[in-house]
Design a protein around this ligand. Structure first.
Ligand code: PLP
Length: 284
């Protein structure tokens, strides 16, 4: 059964109801996280919860809850296993629609689960490389906040779909930012490059892990501005996100990336991911 969490209760999804005046629904006045659980255990849960607190602080949504306990119970109520957990916190519901809000609102907390594949036990041959398009970044200038105002993200991924691609990478002022729901990396002559962290991109937990693993294994990596030319001449391009891990891109705007195959540095990074995951799960 699909059990969801809503404001302190665990209940079947079709029994969960929120107010029509909820500010998340009316204004996108809310933040969220998507956290993979493998074999019932949260993957980089601490990092996700730290980012959640950052987003809540940025929007001044005040709530203090034991997120870990809430999510762990939700996962066990849904049978554990491999699940993607969605957690959304809205500023709450007033008694009418108004841009203004008082400090008397009680945040709405909603969480649900979706089954996912364990990409780390699947192995590199099961990872399907992606085709992407590049398009304009029409989002606001606080992309470091994981808010649910996702209309531009939805529009670009729809554009990608219409062009038979899997993802859309975005550019602002001539610089690559990120994908509709992922960060982006390129490899040039053995060096990993990724756009600089700041308010124009989300500080991805998987992005952080890639940088950490590169550091630990002496693979050169750098945060830089990446223009279209640099992107199109890269030897390898990858995207990263919590539920997808690190995925090679083999086509950009209809042109092949490198030799059109999963790249050697991607294979190394994927292997490092698997080892990191095994260590987390077994403690070895
Ligand atoms: N950038 C955007 C816009 C995203 O929506 C996401 C994930 O949803 C990411 C990057 C990757 O973040 P993470 O690796 O923490 O999943």
């Amino acid at each position: 059964m699909n059990i969801v969490y809503l404001n302190g209760e665990y209940l079947p999804a079709d029994k969960a109801k929120i107010s029509v005046f909820d500010r998340g629904f009316l204004f996108g006045d809310s933040v969220y996280e998507v956290i993979p659980f493998y074999q019932g255990v949260g993957f980089r849960l601490t990092e996700h919860l730290a980012r959640l607190e950052y987003s809540l602080r940025a929007l001044q949504i005040q709530t203090c809850q034991d997120w870990e306990a809430i999510l762990n119970l939700l996962v066990s109520q849904n049978g554990g296993g491999n699940l993607s957990v969605y957690l959304q916190i809205t500023r709450g519901a007033g008694d009418s629609r108004s841009h203004r809000y008082g400090d008397d609102l009680s945040p709405t907390v909603f969480a649900c689960c979706t089954p996912i594949k364990d990409i780390y036990t699947a192995g590199p041959d099961d990872i399907v490389p992606m085709k992407v398009i590049v398009t304009a970044d029409l989002r606001w200038h606080r992309c470091d906040v994981k808010s649910t105002c996702l209309l531009p993200n939805i529009m670009v991924v729809h554009q990608a779909q219409a062009q038979d691609a899997d993802e859309a990478l975005m550019m602002r002022d001539g610089k690559l930012t990120e994908g509709s729901s992922c960060n982006v990396f390129i490899v040039l002559q053995g060096v990993i490059y990724t756009p600089k962290r700041g308010s124009e991109i989300l500080g991805g937990t998987t992005r952080e892990l890639i940088m950490q693993l590169a550091d630990e294994h002496a693979i050169p990596s750098q945060e830089v501005d990446i223009d279209y030319e640099m992107l199109k001449t890269a030897d390898e391009v990858w995207i990263s996100s919590s539920t997808r891990g690190v995925v090679p891109v083999i086509e950009i705007d209809g042109d092949q990336v490198g030799d059109g195959e999963k790249g050697p540095l991607w294979s190394t990074m994927f292997e490092l991911f698997i080892r990191y995951q095994q260590k987390l799960m077994t403690g070895e």
